[in-house]
Each structure stands twice: as C-alpha cells, then as structure tokens.
Write a protein of this length. Structure first.
Length: 457
C-alpha cells in the first residue's frame, strides 16, 4: 500500500461518525417501530457514550426515544460516582438515563467475565420489564479484531473465530450492535467533535487482562498486515461459513430431535452420527443448551468426548454434561436436566409468574391455594413419594430419568402440584410452559467461545 493510501486510511479512522453514517449503519438492522424506543448500554466509556449520542439523534429524527442504562457494578469505589456522572452528561443532552446496581457479593476470580454477565443480565431484565424490544451495544471494529485474536489464542473453532453478530435475537428482545464496522478512533473523534468528555476505566489499561495486552500489540500487528480492518473482515467471512453450518444443524435437528413440553429431548443417534462431525457437535450442543436452560452451550472438548462415546456405544448408564443427563433409552438418546444441578427454590404467590431454573415459566392463578407455595424440583424423594399416588399410565407420560427434574409445588411441606405429571391437589396448579433461554431452533455457541470484552465499553 502506498504512503498516500496509508495516510488516507489513517485520516478515515479519525473522522467523526455523522448522522448520515449512523443512518447507514442502522438501516440493515431493523425492523424498528414507527417511533422506535431503544435502550442503550452506556458505561461512560468513549464507545458507549458515542453510541448514546448517535442513537439519541437517530431516534429523535424518527420521533422515537432512547433510555441509557448504566450498570454500577461496585467493583471500584468510584463506580457509583461515575454512573451518576454519566447520568448528568446525558441529562444535559436530553437523554433519559437509568442506573442499575449489581448487588450482592462480588467475584475475586474471572472478574471481567462475571461482571459482563451481570451487566447483560441487569440490562436485559430491565428491557423485558419495560417492554423494550431493542438493546443497543457499543462493540466496534477493534472489539471484533481483538475478540478474533483472543479466541484464536484459545484454540476456538468456527463459532469463536466468526464475527460478533450485529443482531442477536433473544426471547422478546434484540441485541443490536450498529458499530461493528466502525474503528474506535472514529468514536473518540465523534465525542471530541461534540465536546463530550468520557470516562476511562482503569481496568481497560490493566495488562493483567489478555485483551488489554493484545490491544497494546495492535500497532505491531497492523504493521505485519494484521490490522483491525483485516481481522474484522476475516471474522465476517467466517461468520458466513458459520451461518451455512447452522443451516445444516437446523436441518439435522428437524430430523433427529423431538422436544417434549416437560423439558427433555429425544435424539436419534443414527442421524446424529451420519452427519459431519461439525454439524453433529453443534446439534448435540444446541439440544443440551435448550434442555439445561443455560445461555451458552457446553465446552467443545466435552462435546467431542460425548460424541465419541455415542459413536463407540460407550454411554453405559448415561453421562452428564452442561447440567444435563444423557441416557440411552429405547434405541435413542434421552437428554434431560441433571437434578443435582437444580438449585432454584423460591416462593410462588397467587397471581405471580416466574421463570424457574431458566427453563419453565410458571404462573399461579390469583385464586391459587390462597397462600404462597414453595417451588422447587420434585427430586428423587418427591418422585418416590408421588409414585403410589398416580396411575401407571400417568407416570409413564414422563420418563423416570426426567421426573426428579420437574417443577413441583409444596404447601407446608406437602406436595400439592406437579403439573407435568397431572398431579394437582385443590386449585394449586400453575400454568406451566417450557421456555428456555435458547430454544432448539436458535443457534447457541460453545462456552469457550463466548464473547469476552472489557468491563467498560
């Protein structure tokens, strides 16, 4: 590349993002409402503040609205003051702001990943409570490049090396990332042009974090041809390959998987083993993720061992992986929740609706039993207690391996309802629906390949 071309590209990276640029970035990410209502994750860093300013202007021109969400993670003494400062900056620009607080004990290990999960959890929960359909996030081109390098260093497969998706569909919510093709330098220039200060989180300069060390290597890598633009383009191409594989996975699952409303799945091993390994591993991982109610799939190495055991007929009495049991049954494979991993116990009041164990939505009618009921797993002891009370045909409606993992309601210690087995005393049966975070029809990606990033963006 000539010196003139290099200088031109460097100037482009310093140009602010204007309204026309942002219109073009948002255009392929719809649909949006006629008067769009957007939530925006805003930490106070340059990336997210630039997104807030650009998105607020975009929404106003469409007679819509935005709400900025700042999570006070409490990991640094100044976090609360910084969140309030973000609120003042945004208020001065007419942008609504809400501060969300991460309460409870804080981790001492794997801090960035756990803080990121808590931040997403708080923001997505707020959006669902408010009926907000779009949550905008400020990941940009440099994030794409750094993520590709991080995952390459970890030996990730196609999922990890493929691009961060510009739109991720969740139940009732879309995660939208309009800045994935924009260098961070342009976002800084956008704030400078607007006269808007920002907050630099010291964790983003801490060389104890692998992402920060990779960022410091950026100029050297670019000199060898590994620029952020080129790495991001590579990630996009791998994303196309991932989409093609996911299409094959969906076809395999349509033929090989049967999902039951009681939260278990039956897989046909012959169809699974006839597929290419990459497709079979993904199908197996997707089924396990759906059954477990988790947000991410199992680790790739665990899936590889499980698929090898299935191919070799070595499952024996069954195995566990990713919060699930995998049990041979009647020539097929039964995937069900591992009861030992179910720790969710709570009270359910008349008129209340909850998501239990990340899998089942239960709503107790206002009549109910007139009192709160204790919601927990049926467990092996509960299944044994219930067995003599049910006709054989009713028990057989759910396989024995699944029964201990079912939601059960108790009152004063007495079992009063197990909806999936048709057991009800009085009017205590809640409306129950299997509603996992990752439905069988939606792609899931392996834990080892989940998005990693800075605490602030």
């Amino acid at each position: 590349m000539s010196d003139a071309a290099t200088d031109h590209r460097a100037r482009d990276r310093r140009n602010p993002v204007d309204a026309d640029d942002f219109d073009a970035l948002m255009a392929p990410l719809g649909p949006f409402e006629r008067r769009p209502a957007l939530a925006i994750g805003v930490s106070g860093g340059a990336d997210s503040l630039a997104l807030a300013l650009l998105a607020a202007d975009w929404a106003r021109r469409r007679r819509g609205s935005v709400t900025a969400l700042t999570v006070d993670h409490g990991l640094r003494p100044e976090a609360a003051a910084e969140a309030r400062q973000v609120g003042r900056w945004l208020a001065a620009r007419g942008i609504r702001h809400t501060r969300l607080v991460w309460r409870g004990a804080k981790p001492h290990k794997n801090i960035q990943a756990l803080a990121r999960a808590a931040r997403y959890g708080l923001m997505t929960a707020w959006c669902r409570r408010q009926g907000m359909l779009h949550l905008l996030l400020a990941h940009h081109q440099d994030d794409q490049a750094e993520t590709l390098l991080l995952r390459l260093a970890r030996g990730s497969g196609l999922d990890g090396l493929a691009a961060i998706a510009p739109v991720a569909e969740q139940t009732g919510l879309r995660l939208v990332r309009p800045l994935l093709d924009v260098p961070r330098d342009r976002l800084v220039a956008t704030l400078e042009a607007a006269g808007q200060p920002w907050i630099d989180d010291p964790s983003n300069s801490n060389l104890a974090h692998a992402r920060v060390r990779l960022r410091a290597l950026g100029p050297s890598l670019a000199a060898e041809g590994l620029s952020a633009e080129r790495l991001a383009a590579t990630a996009r191409r791998l994303g196309r390959a991932r989409a093609a594989v996911e299409s094959a996975v969906a076809d395999l699952l349509a033929r090989a998987a049967t999902l039951h409303e009681a939260g278990y799945c039956r897989l046909e091993p012959a169809a699974l083993l006839a597929a290419p390994d990459e497709v079979a591993l993904r199908a197996l991982g997707r089924a396990l993720t759906t059954v477990s109610g988790g947000a991410y799939g199992p680790r790739l190495d665990g899936l590889e061992r499980l698929l090898a055991a299935i191919a070799g007929g070595g499952l024996g009495g069954g195995r566990t992986l990713a919060g699930c049991r995998i049990v041979p049954r009647r020539g097929g494979l039964l995937l069900c929740r591992e009861p030992a991993d179910i720790l969710d116990e709570r009270w359910l009041a008349p008129g209340e609706a909850v998501l239990w164990d990340g899998r089942f939505r239960l709503a107790l009618g206002r009549g109910g039993a007139g009192r709160r009921l204790r919601l927990a797993k049926l467990g092996a002891a509960g299944a044994a207690e219930l067995a003599p009370l049910l006709p054989a045909a009713q028990q057989k409606s759910v396989p024995p391996a699944v029964r201990p993992s079912l939601p059960a309601l108790r009152q004063s210690g007495r079992l009063v309802a197990v909806p999936h087995l048709g057991y009800v005393l009085g009017a205590a049966a809640p409306a129950t629906r299997f509603s996992p975070a990752r439905p069988l029809a939606a792609p899931v990606f392996f834990i080892a390949n989940s998005l990693s990033g800075p605490i602030s963006s």
